[in-house]
Design a protein around this ligand. Structure first.
Ligand SMILES: [Cu+2]
Length: 465
């Protein structure tokens, strides 16, 4: 029941919030009498990792703009309670969506267990239609695999099912429905799962981040994703947040850092990190032996795949971390915006605006000006290109955030340190001396009947500062 919900206290404003108080959840008398108490959060802020209070020790992960589900131990089983239900998720300040998720948010909470744990998960369905949960990547008894119709009957609305299996292999996993799958995943039903190694020293890192890639098609001004969209999504998200709503990944210089990413969109994402090279240390199939890893700065993550990236945060700074598909680092955009670079639109725009008051063509010098423009937006949507850094507009959206590496970041502290203070003389600067005309080839070979294209060159430059 709603009244039994345990609301997390201490959700802080801004980036990485204060830790959540879970203690009451796992020992409550009410909970011990029946099902594990339902933990839920009502904030999209990143919750600090908390060390396990019972069960075997592990080094917890940080779920980007998310949290980990508390559990209780009962007769040697680690028990969790997931509730599939409609939720409201803020994508970034200014835009909320009506999604389906688990325990108050989409994605659902991260489930963290230890290799060898006997895990029991109660799944209560508060959706208007049936569902199931598939535990992606887990070796488990076939009847616990969660494929509706194939390995179990679907969980009808109002019903609770129990999944029981041993977490046999350490690594990176996820969970999602295997019932009306296209609709339920388009509505945001997904969550992360980490099985920690038995030995907490095995592949130990200083910071272990995780998130899922998700995509949505939500028309500007509306709240519910279009569930029949197959490829042409307009919001590309890390854990159902878009830039500038995604928290930074804060690191201390010298830290060994792991970032686990799972892809539950309908296309691949080349995930790119500036400033360091990383290795792919694990997939959803397991850990990769050190001698089989290779360095990359961009790794492609296909649909349904998971990757654990690892690197040493050796260089301090604000390092961009994003999908390299340029249209995935934009928010809800009009896909039919015509390219106007080099086209003289003087006079035309005013005439069109008389017919269509909101008409807004792409700039004749590019689109950068859109990052600064405060054009009127419909209610509940986000600018395509947005965010402001210390040097001006960042002109991004979607799958973009910043890995902040700082020399003085205390160990285990995730507080946003602000923008990087660059040492003197280390920032790209304007040349103010003379610029000679470039020497161009003088021999001109004209093709017969060559058509000369007249191109109007931009005569002004938008200044980014
Ligand atoms: Cu992408």
């Amino acid at each position: 029941m709603v009244s039994r919900r345990h609301f997390i206290k201490g959700a802080a404003k801004g980036a990485i919030g204060l830790g959540a108080a879970f203690a009451a959840t796992s020992v409550s008398k009410v909970a011990l009498a029946g099902l594990p108490e339902i933990a839920t959060v009502n904030t999209p802020n990143t919750q600090l990792p908390t060390l396990p209070e019972n069960g075997r020790p592990f080094n917890p992960v940080v779920t980007l703009n998310g949290w980990s589900l508390p559990w209780r131990i009962k007769n040697g089983w680690k028990e969790f309670h997931l509730v599939a239900e409609p939720v409201v998720r803020e994508f970034a300040p200014g835009m909320k969506a009506h999604l389906w998720g688990y325990n108050g948010q989409s994605p659902g909470p991260t489930i963290e267990v230890v290799e060898g744990d006997k895990v029991r998960i109660f799944v209560t369905n508060r959706l208007p239609e049936h569902t199931s949960i598939h535990w992606h990547g887990q070796p488990l008894p076939n009847g616990m695999d969660g494929v509706g119709g194939l390995t179990q009957p679907q969980i009808k609305p109002g019903k609770t099912f129990v999944y029981e299996f041993e977490a046999r292999r350490s690594g990176t996993f996820m969970y999602h429905p295997h019932a009306d799958e296209m609709v339920q995943m388009a509505m945001g039903m997904m969550g992360f799962w980490v099985t920690h190694p038995k030995d907490p020293e095995f592949m130990k890192v200083d910071r272990d981040f995780c998130f899922l890639l998700a995509s949505y098609d939500i028309d500007p001004g509306s709240y519910t994703p279009k569930v029949s969209t197959m490829l042409d999504f307009n919001l590309w998200a890390f854990n159902s947040r878009v830039f500038p709503g995604i928290d930074p990944l804060v690191c201390r210089q010298g830290d060994r850092v792991r970032i686990r990413v799972g892809n539950l969109t309908m296309t691949n994402h080349p995930i790119h990190l500036h400033g360091v090279d990383f290795v792919v240390a694990g997939t959803d199939g397991g850990w990769i032996k050190p001698e089989a890893r290779w360095p990359e700065v961009t790794t492609d993550i296909a649909v349904g795949q998971m990757r654990a990236l690892e690197f040493d945060a050796s260089l301090p700074g604000d390092w961009a971390f994003h999908c390299h598909k340029a249209h995935h680092t934009m928010n809800a955009m009009g896909h039919d915006v015509p390219t106007m670079i080099g086209v003289d639109t003087k006079g035309v725009n005013d005439k069109i605006r008389k017919l269509i008051p909101d008409y807004m063509p792409m700039g004749e010098d590019g689109m950068a000006s859109m990052g600064e423009m405060h054009m009127p937006l419909p209610k509940n949507t986000l600018p395509m290109m947005t965010g402001t850094g210390q040097f001006g507009p960042i002109e991004m959206g979607g799958m973009f955030t910043v890995v902040k590496v700082r020399e003085n970041q205390p160990p285990g502290n995730y507080q946003d340190p602000g923008w990087y203070q660059h040492p003197k003389g280390t920032v790209a600067y304007e040349w103010t001396g003379n610029i000679d005309e470039p020497h161009r080839a003088t021999t001109e070979t004209k093709m017969p009947n060559e058509i000369e294209l007249k191109v109007r060159k931009p005569n002004k430059h938008h200044c980014a500062t």
